[in-house]
Design a protein around this ligand. Structure first.
Ligand code: SF4
Length: 326
């Protein structure tokens, strides 16, 4: 089997506060294989973005990795110098954030911002860089690319700005693209167009991507496999179709039942009672125990091991006990 593009093994991240250290990610293990799009799904505060920021080496100031490995094409990323990180970002890993203006410099033209990546990571001449930039602008569906080359971000709509960010992510031919809720800040019609563009990138470029979303519709459309996160753990992972049609973890089951379904119009939408515990509220045991209809005594004291059930990996004591979800 080919070496994974990304391999994360037993990653643990903690936040330091004046009153102590709190674990925000625990036992995070997953891989992204060549040409594979892996989704990360879960409610806010589950650790989706923190996982991707760990892979990009841009954790918040008071957060740090306390354990584990992150390997990109077999190269360990934990412990790299900031100088090495700067070469890796853009060239080997690139990131697309939710709000395009976070990534764009309002003072520089679109063309300059895309071609800067080429200047940093290639030996192309000025003219070659301009031609390549216009090519990639066309590839991501930016109209009148030659004209737009000299425009500034504020002259573009939100959807076009996100296309520019995608062009910046693609132009360096990075091995791994991380997209963090890339359509959430856009209106519904534009969202559909940007998702269509991601679909094309996946098909035409065989890109390897880590795709974060809270939206199962998006995950189903774009991803091959999905990691379901809850309170800093991956509680279930597997092929998207398996997880959607046959969720094994009670939390995943609740999430899937909460997806609006036009066939059930008029019926009350399922919700999972309670909320994700904050960092400081997390105790030992299964973090979902307070919201879980299946919780047993052992769930309050021991975090469940990961079990392989058909094509999924699931961390739940129901499988330790050989019961499963009914
Ligand atoms: Fe529910 Fe226990 Fe499974 Fe957690 S480990 S999801 S509390 S049954």
């Amino acid at each position: 089997m080919a070496q994974p593009i990304l391999n994360v093994d037993n990653l643990e991240v903690a936040f330091s506060f004046p009153d102590g250290e709190y674990k925000a990610l625990q036992g995070i293990s997953f891989s992204v294989e060549p040409n594979e799009v892996v989704g990360i799904v879960g409610e806010s505060g589950c650790g989706k973005s923190l996982t991707s920021l760990s892979v990009m080496g841009i954790l918040p100031r008071n957060a740090h990795i306390t354990k584990g490995d992150i390997q990109l094409n077999g190269e360990e990323l934990i412990g790299l110098s900031e100088k090495k990180w700067q070469t890796l970002r853009g060239q080997k890993i690139s990131m697309i954030f939710q709000e395009p203006m976070t990534s764009l410099n309002p003072l520089l033209t679109i063309g300059r911002q895309i071609s800067e990546v080429l200047k940093k990571h290639t030996r192309l001449s000025k003219e070659e860089r301009k031609n390549r930039t216009i090519e990639i602008m066309k590839e991501v569906g930016l109209p009148r690319a030659e004209e737009l080359y000299s425009s500034y971000p504020h002259q573009l709509s939100g959807g076009m700005r996100q296309r520019v960010v995608i062009a910046i992510a693609l132009v360096g031919e990075a091995d791994l693209i991380i997209a963090d809720e890339p359509t959430t800040a856009l209106d519904v019609t534009i969202q559909a167009q940007i998702l269509e563009l991601f679909g094309e990138i996946k098909r035409k470029r065989n890109a390897s991507m880590l795709f974060i979303s809270h939206d199962w519709g998006v995950i189903r459309q774009i991803c091959d496999r999905v990691l379901v996160m809850y309170a800093g753990y991956i509680i279930e992972q597997g092929p998207v179709s398996e997880i959607v049609n046959n969720p094994k973890h009670p939390y995943t089951k609740g999430l899937i039942l909460s997806i609006p379904d036009h066939r059930k119009r008029g019926e009350k939408l399922h919700t999972i009672a309670g909320r994700v515990p904050t960092l400081k509220e997390r105790k030992g045991g299964c973090p979902f125990a307070d919201r879980c209809a299946y919780a047993m005594e052992i769930c309050r004291s021991e975090y469940p091991k990961s079990h392989e059930v058909s094509e999924q990996k699931v961390s739940c004591h129901l499988y330790t006990q050989g019961v499963g979800v009914v």
